[in-house]
Write a protein that binds this ligand. Sequence first.
Ligand code: ZN
Length: 216
Amino acid sequence: MKINDSIFLIDGAEFDSNMFCINNELLIDCGSGMFIKETLDQMEEYGLDPKKIKTIVITHAHFDHCGGTREWKRITGARVLIHERDREALESGKGTLVETYEIPYEPPKADKTLKEGDIIKTGKYSFEVIHTAGHTPGGICLWDSDNKILISGDTLFIEGVGRTDLEGGDDNSLKKSLQKIKNLGDIEILLPGHGAPASRRNIYAKDAIKKALDSI
Ligand SMILES: [Zn+2]
């Protein structure tokens, strides 16, 4: 799905996360790695060249978001960034839920870790790293305050918030993280890790997001 001229949503197959490709140089999340071909086909449809991707950001180390990282790194040659507190899970597989779902996992290496306040720039966008623990210890959202775009991983969806009952999950941390998101102010475009993206102009989505943020 084309979000605007420079942001594309690459739909995940089955339980794959959403992937977002921004300016054809920044890739957010890598899906499970089980449907790489389908994903590459979508990129081709949108006229995107995987070889131009320079940076891969993993919103958190669950296999449905990071299982494909090693392969995407090979395809693109991009550097891989993840929050420091999810790095170990990414690089070992432990805590990514692969064991629970008995899914093969080829651990990738992160090239750099991220922390609260780091900035990732691409074209007219300047994304600030917001550390949003709760779903996992090192989950992050990316916030572009000029364009009011929030890439929310599994912390916030249109109709709900991230689960905290999985390994590494924590209710209290999620509460604090949602408060941080509330403090950002109006979100113009929400790009969540699963399900449909939303625009503020969609009143239904706006109300649903507000409800989700107030839910815990
Ligand atoms: Zn997750």
